[in-house]
Design a protein. Structure first.
Length: 124
């Protein structure tokens, strides 16, 4: 039997943990998980999924490495408009017609990490 573990967290190396935490709290409703670990903060979504861990980047370490966080939303355009009203601006909504028929839009967090909102797998 092969063990297939679930993804429990994605670690982002960032220079400014509080600033990036506020971004994910404000625009995606994530909640802080209290910890006494310096240089580490975890966020979780009230609707489930894996956690985002913010880890203090060293001076030599680059923020915004090759990673993209995708947040599933049923209505990409509506979420994009709501986020824009609160200060987060996504790029154009891209429509993928076949075979899955979904939409997505991209932006960056304050640390330069790529984020996306996508309806992939959520439309009925």
């Amino acid at each position: 039997m092969t063990i297939c573990p679930a993804i429990s967290r994605v670690i982002l190396y960032v220079k400014d943990i509080p600033k990036v935490a506020v971004f994910y709290e404000t625009f995606f409703g994530m909640k802080r998980i209290e910890s006494n670990d310096p240089g580490w903060l975890e966020l979780e979504s009230p609707s489930g999924g894996c956690r985002i861990a913010l880890h203090q980047a060293s001076k030599a370490q680059k923020s915004g490495a090759a990673v993209k966080l995708v947040f599933g939303v049923k209505n990409v355009q509506a979420f994009k408009e709501e986020a824009a009203a609160r200060g987060l601006h996504f790029g154009a909504v891209h429509v993928v017609r076949a075979p899955l028929g979904h939409e997505f839009a991209n932006a960056k967090d304050p640390a330069g990490n790529s984020i996306s909102i996508s309806s992939r797998g959520l439309k009925t």
